[in-house]
Design a binder for this molecule. Structure first.
Ligand code: FEO
Length: 397
């Protein structure tokens, strides 16, 4: 045990005992420039309970923080809200070491954990709405399927009005502060939006249902304790409201112009389109892919109304960075977008059609047929680009 890893008390009976991954820079394609935390929580009930665990390399940090409050072997129960390895990676080892009486997970959680590891003593399934007595306190389990895995669930601690929300309401942000109210609001909103866009966006319809369900249950929720980033102990409505806004994806007068270029022709077209958008009073995020990461593109789309994508043609194809970003966006299923394709070419010019086809497959309503420029756009093509920007502005209403 390392005695410099301390638990942080977050309420009368609950401690944060997670790990801080300052160096995390990639989360399967999502650029996590500010690292992350893997939060785990220790409930000091009659039956001492650990909520979630951490990535395998951080096992010692978890156990050391627990040991700053209580001997890990005093833990009676472990609840695994989600089988993904950032929360379960060290689970087999700590179960072996701690030997809790029981480990609990959702039905899917039991199956998914079994597909990852052999947990000594097995895992007990719990149902949606099921309660578990900890002696002087009680937990309630709420299934949250596909937010964002089939096994995901929330655990609610009534005595503290605390919702352990697993991946929901979290953010990839390593900080020395443990609470959201210690972090500037613009940072929280940006990092929360980034996380939502890159992890949860495809499940937005389910998230609206989940938020409605939480409203309907009328559970007092004083604290939201997610498994990544800061804990919401004041004004939980702030993050709940942001989630509703992000899940609804109501389009605004904002356009994201994304492109890659070989000899600046496609870039010149992008600039003309952006001028047309600006003339139509559309706020434009100009994102050359040599300078913009795919995860920033999807974050900017969260409140956008238009996606305009440009690529030169190279070897009968769109440029690789454009294929990369479109493949990523297609999987994340942004909604309520209009858009267009454009690009330069030398002799075959397939890229514009390819980009347009992917945009259509994503459900983006295309404005126009796409604009192509042979080698270098002349004044008439640049005027066409400008008019495309204006047409998108008009359609955004
Ligand atoms: Fe933070 Fe789905 O794991």
């Amino acid at each position: 045990m390392k005695d410099y890893f301390k638990a942080v008390k977050i309420s009368d009976n609950v401690y944060w005992v997670g790990a801080i991954d300052w160096g995390l820079r990639d989360f399967h394609g999502y650029s996590t420039g500010r690292g992350s935390t893997y939060n785990a929580f220790l409930i000091m009930a009659d039956k001492i309970t650990l909520i979630d665990a951490v990535r395998a390399p951080f096992k010692e940090e978890l156990l050391s923080r627990i040991a700053s409050v209580v001997s890990p072997s005093d833990i009676t129960y472990i609840v695994s809200n989600h089988a993904e390895m950032d929360h379960s990676g060290c689970l087999p080892d700590i179960v072996e070491e701690i030997r809790p009486e029981k480990v609990f997970a959702s039905n899917f959680g039991v199956k998914n954990l079994a597909s990852h590891f052999s947990i000594p003593g097995g895992v007990v399934p719990v149902k949606d709405g099921e309660k578990l007595s900890l002696g002087n306190m009680e937990l309630t389990f709420l299934e949250t399927r596909m937010v964002h895995w089939p096994d995901s669930m929330f655990t609610y601690l009534g005595k503290e009005s605390m919702l352990f929300s697993n991946d929901a309401f979290g953010m990839h942000m390593a900080t020395s502060e443990r609470f959201a109210d210690e972090i500037p609001t613009p940072d929280l909103e940006r990092m929360g939006a980034e996380y939502y866009a890159n992890i949860l966006l495809p499940y937005s319809p389910l998230i609206i249902k989940l938020l409605n369900r939480l409203d309907g249950l009328k559970l007092p929720i004083r604290t939201i304790a997610p498994d990544h980033g800061p804990i919401w102990r004041k004004d939980t409505g702030q993050i709940l409201g942001l989630y509703r806004k992000w899940a609804e994806q109501k389009p605004t007068r904002k356009a994201v112009v994304v492109y890659d270029t070989m000899w600046e022709s496609t870039a010149t077209m992008a600039r003309s389109i952006s001028e047309g958008l600006a003339a139509g009073n559309v706020s434009t995020k100009f994102m050359p892919l040599k300078l913009s990461h795919r995860s920033d593109v999807v974050t900017e789309l969260l409140d956008a109304g238009a996606l305009v994508v440009g690529s030169s043609t190279l070897h009968n194809n769109m440029l690789p960075p454009v294929a990369d970003v479109l493949n990523y966006l297609k999987g994340l299923k942004p909604k309520n977008l209009i858009g267009a394709a454009f690009g330069s070419y030398g002799w075959s010019g397939e890229s514009v059609g390819q980009v347009g086809d992917i945009l259509k497959a994503m459900g983006v309503e295309l404005v126009g047929e796409g604009i192509k420029a042979k080698f270098v756009p002349d004044e008439s093509v640049l005027k066409e680009c400008y008019c495309l920007g204006q047409a998108i502005a008009e359609k955004l209403g």
